[in-house]
Design a protein around this ligand. Structure first.
Ligand code: B12
Ligand code: SF4
Length: 581
């Protein structure tokens, strides 16, 4: 039966990965379109009529929901709030909701309002759901924990999105990872045996993106691109030929394990295929912690040397770092900072350990009675712990905030960027790869020069660019890209730390106010009502002044907490009048 399906990707909150402050430089609205939904769309019958709303680039309008016979939602845990809002709208419109993707997979028992959960890999579960739907007997939950061959994965429907709204296009070569990190949910969802597409299948996807007219950055979303080195080398050889034939329309980035650095041939192939960035889970410079969390692949060789080797090939290393592991000493924050600076990793994703549902870590902490709550899924620039850490909580959170402030201070950020540029310059880069400069890049450069030179960190920015010009003028464009990304990280970190300090101020003021009222209204107190009210107002004034002094970005983050604070203060004042009457 022909049906109308609306595919919806909920909003991702503004944090580390949103690049909210960097995207305007390149006039893009979001980083990536939702590949999961584009894949699901391709698995639906050809006669279905499809529309896709990515709430990161457009509003979800009521008319669109009303147009559909069914709404398909896909989300990560961090998209939970927006997911719930979308479900509520569908319910209001009386439309059945079908949900899948990492958030429903890990938390479906706690999600309300969804008619059908089509979980695990859609290549296996979706056809069964569609068959039942056609027979009018669709069930509430579809699960299949087998790991399908990726040859079953169809060409993602890139035609459903406006590619000009995105900075990068996602493609997937493999699923699964051979390693065994205790905190990782990938190996639980996708298994420890990497499954890959064939080079031909992958190149069809590259062709497909090329035919949409998109040029620029491709992000291979594999969790560990080099999980099967033999297969990945086969792919890279084909990708090198493709890029050469098409005169390198794409730069490529991905996520991989550090073991990549131990294979010179692999690194060289990646360079020739146009790779410019790789995200690596480095986690910690502490060997004991790496062993404890089963990240033993990071112990095979000195991690710093591995990072430098990759950088000298002209590939930027972006890294994930975590604090909050058991057994960590209080010097861990300083050690992390020193490592990140030395490693020359500008975009260091520094996070607090979270226990994601359905991980070995979660199960261990549960056994030890240390799980406090389900996580909201965001581990960077977020100060919520969902378990009892071994280090005292206050010390851990204080140390983490200090680390964030250090890593994203303008001085440290630009110093790391310069270290990286120097390594690019020192290494043997493959200069045969044409790096076409498009009008879009020139405009981004001009916007960067104009906005960043006159920003609060303009001095650090300009000094950095001058030093880059002295090192190697051909690296100027890459240096500006790093600066633009830095703009996002520096701003978001400042805003979140300021918002956090303001929220603490609110909590402290409320606690002090409550104490004051309690003492003043106690039986033996001689404080007059007017006097108490004056004191309460004296407490309120600095908070209101501080709120007015915040930037609009920070006000947006703390707005709800501030209005709640005002409401509580009003209640306290009313309560005071009552106690005196
Ligand atoms: C690309 C990506 C992103 C992009 C998302 C872009 C976008 N618009 O979707 C960006 C970079 C923004 C991102 C950010 C984050 N991400 Co992310 N990300 C990924 C990654 C690497 C690939 C996702 C992908 O495209 N996969 C390819 C598609 C084909 O697979 P899929 O989405 O799983 O879809 C399949 C099935 O799940 C199913 N399916 C999916 N949706 C639906 C819907 C329906 C209706 C049906 C029937 C089926 C179905 O069908 C598909 C085919 O089988 C995954 C890891 C992974 N391997 O999936 C992590 C992952 C999704 N991210 C994760 C996390 C934690 C984050 C961050 C919180 C990290 C951080 N600490 O900051 C941030 C978000 C924070 C923030 N506020 O900025 C976790 C999610 C865990 C969870 N349970 O929610 C994952 C699983 C990685 C991990 N374990 O760490 N991420
Ligand atoms: S290397 Fe990455 S994907 Fe592989 S198990 Fe460890 S955290 Fe998970």
């Amino acid at each position: 039966m022909k049906r109308r399906v609306l595919l919806v990707s909920p909003r991702i909150p503004t944090t580390y990965w949103s690049y909210k402050y960097a995207l305007p430089f390149v006039k893009r609205k979001a980083l990536l379109p939702p590949l999961g939904l584009l894949t699901v769309a391709a698995l639906l019958p050809e006669d279905y009529e499809l529309r896709l709303v990515d709430m990161n680039v457009a509003e979800l309008r009521r008319e669109e929901v009303e147009w559909a016979d069914m709404v398909f939602l896909s989300a990560m845990l961090v998209q939970q709030q927006s997911f719930d809002e979308a479900v509520a709208l569908c319910r209001e419109c009386g439309k059945p909701v079908v949900a899948g993707g990492p958030y429903p997979i890990s938390s479906f028992e706690k999600i309300e309002g969804v008619d059908h959960f089509v979980l695990d890999e859609a290549e296996l579960t979706l056809p069964v759901f569609l068959r039942d739907l056609e027979q009018g007997q669709a069930k509430h939950i579809y699960r299949d924990e087998r790991k399908p061959d990726l040859s079953l994965t169809p060409l993602p429907r890139f035609d459903l999105v406006d590619v000009t709204l995105y900075e990068s296009m996602p493609l997937q070569f493999s699923r699964g990872c051979p390693f065994d990190c205790e905190f990782c949910d990938i190996i639980e969802m996708f298994g420890r045996k990497p499954r890959t597409k064939s080079p031909e299948q992958f190149l069809r996807e590259v062709d497909h993106v090329y035919n949409t007219g998109f040029r620029g950055s491709l992000f291979i979303v594999d969790d560990n691109f080099v999980g099967n080195k033999h297969k990945v080398k086969q792919l890279l050889r084909s990708l090198v030929s493709w890029q050469r034939e098409h005169r390198y329309p794409f730069t490529v980035s991905t996520e991989a394990s550090i073991t990549l650095a131990q294979d010179e041939e692999l690194l060289d192939l990646m360079v020739s295929a146009g790779f410019t960035m790789v995200f690596i889970g480095i986690e910690t410079p502490d060997a004991k912690t790496l062993a404890m969390t089963h990240k033993t692949q990071n112990l095979r060789e000195d991690v710093l040397s591995s990072v430098v080797r990759i950088q000298k090939k002209g590939i930027e290393v972006s890294g994930g770092f975590i604090v909050g592991f058991d057994g960590e000493e209080e010097d861990i924050f300083e050690r992390q900072k020193t490592f990140i600076q030395k490693a020359g990793i500008p975009t260091a994703m520094v996070g607090l350990l979270i226990a994601l549902p359905n991980t070995q870590l979660y199960r261990r902490l549960k056994r030890e009675g240390r799980i406090l709550a389900e996580t909201r899924g965001n581990n960077t620039h977020d100060f919520e712990l969902n378990f009892v850490p071994q280090m005292p909580r206050g010390k851990l959170l204080g140390g983490y905030k200090w680390l964030l402030a250090q890593v994203f201070s303008p001085h440290n950020y630009f110093q790391r960027s310069l270290t990286l540029i120097r390594r690019f310059a020192k290494g043997k880069r493959d200069r045969s790869i044409p790096r076409s400069i498009r009008l879009r890049d020139i405009l981004a450069l001009l916007r960067s020069l104009f906005r960043q030179s006159f920003s609060f960190y303009g001095y650090h920015y300009l000094r950095y660019l001058i030093q880059v010009l002295r090192v190697d003028t051909t690296l100027f464009a890459r240096a500006v890209t790093l600066a633009v990304r830095g703009h996002h990280h520096i701003r978001i970190t400042r805003e979140i730390l300021k918002a956090d300090a303001f929220t603490s101020m609110i909590h402290e003021t409320l606690a002090a106010l409550r104490r004051e009222v309690e003492v003043a209204t106690s039986a033996r107190s001689k404080v007059r009502r007017e006097e108490l009210e004056a004191r309460i107002h004296a407490f309120l004034r600095p908070v209101r002044r501080a709120y007015r002094g915040l930037s609009r970005g920070v006000q947006r983050i703390v707005g709800e907490a501030f209005f709640d604070f005002e409401r509580r203060c009003q209640l306290l004042l009313q309560g005071t009048s009552l106690s005196y009457s």
